[in-house]
Design a protein around this ligand. Structure first.
Ligand code: SF4
Length: 303
């Protein structure tokens, strides 16, 4: 098997493009895909530093690596969720990545802040762990970005993540979520940190190949709370579709983004009236999901 571009031996077959690439041409292709996502979505420019949310997994560490190669100024942000050995190893991976490249890393630990990990907080407030986890991540990404003066937070969500989320939203006809689903979530004229997903054009398989080719050390184990999570079922279903019809995930998600503007009215802009009265972050009622979650868990939280 030869590289389609330079005819050297290929390292990766890419059925969705009916092609194969050598190491150098694959990485060139991948970086161009990320730059295209950033430029098409007007995600950010080289003038301002970007906060990169890094979990310790392959996607977020690869994203950090790619943004540096593309010439962006970056700072990493790691949330230690307090899930036993999984969180300890995840943090070690992120710290190792930052130290070996001399990069600035901001860390925030739930055990240190609340005396509890995300699983205990979820239990105390009778919420599924992943739902509480998502609420807390959104809050802290936004809070830390604003406190530290970063206009943009970039996350490592890839094409598989976004296609699985879309499938879940469609199966339940979650129209408000469909309306909001996008690789770019507005900063509402600088009131909030803009959230962007520069890897949305790239499937998990290609991100894994990039991480391996660049010898990025990442946590291979999945979060123990992911067992039985619906997102994984949706991903498996989409993988079967992709196998039968290469390019299906790309057509599904990018086709959705194309149709979205025609099919859904623009979401209303966030205003001051949509700010949580307790913490000031965006929300649709008087108190945001994060503050409600923390209040319900108060009896167990030590500080
Ligand atoms: Fe959080 Fe659930 Fe993901 Fe674990 S699997 S990191 S608990 S969202």
């Amino acid at each position: 098997m030869k590289c389609r571009k330079c005819k050297k031996p290929a390292v990766l077959k890419m059925p969705r493009h009916n092609t194969a690439f050598c190491d150098v041409c694959f990485q060139d292709y991948l970086l161009k895909q990320v730059q295209k996502a950033i430029s098409d979505g007007k995600m950010f420019l080289k003038e301002a530093p970007i906060l990169v949310a890094v979990s310790g997994g392959k996607d977020s560490l690869a994203l950090w690596d790619i943004l540096i190669k593309l010439g962006y100024e970056t700072v990493g942000l790691h949330l230690n969720l307090g899930i036993g050995a999984y969180s300890a190893t995840s943090q070690q991976m992120v710290e190792k990545f930052a130290q070996t490249r001399n990069l600035r890393l901001i860390t925030h630990g739930y055990q240190e802040s609340y005396g509890l990990g995300v699983v205990e907080i979820a239990k105390a407030s009778a919420r599924p762990a992943c739902s509480a986890c998502g609420t807390m991540k959104r809050h802290h990404f936004n809070r830390i970005a604003i406190e530290e003066g970063f206009p943009v937070v970039a996350t490592g969500h890839n094409l598989d993540d976004e296609a699985a989320r879309l499938l879940g939203n469609l199966l339940k006809w979650q129209v408000p979520y469909l309306e909001k689903q996008s690789p770019v979530l507005s900063d509402d004229n600088g009131k909030w940190a803009k959230k962007v997903k520069p890897l949305y054009r790239l499937p998990e398989r290609e991100m894994a190949a990039y991480a391996i080719l660049n010898r990025i050390d990442y946590i291979v184990e999945e979060c123990p709370m992911s067992n039985g999570a619906k997102a994984f079922t949706y991903k498996e279903t989409l993988n079967r579709l992709e196998e039968a019809s290469p390019g299906a995930k790309h057509q599904f998600y990018l086709g959705f983004l194309k149709q979205k503007e025609k099919s859904f009215p623009s979401p209303p802009p966030v205003t001051d009236a949509d700010a949580c009265l307790t913490c000031g972050q965006p929300c649709q009622s008087e108190q945001c999901g994060y503050c409600r979650l923390i209040e319900r868990s108060t009896s167990l939280i030590v500080s």
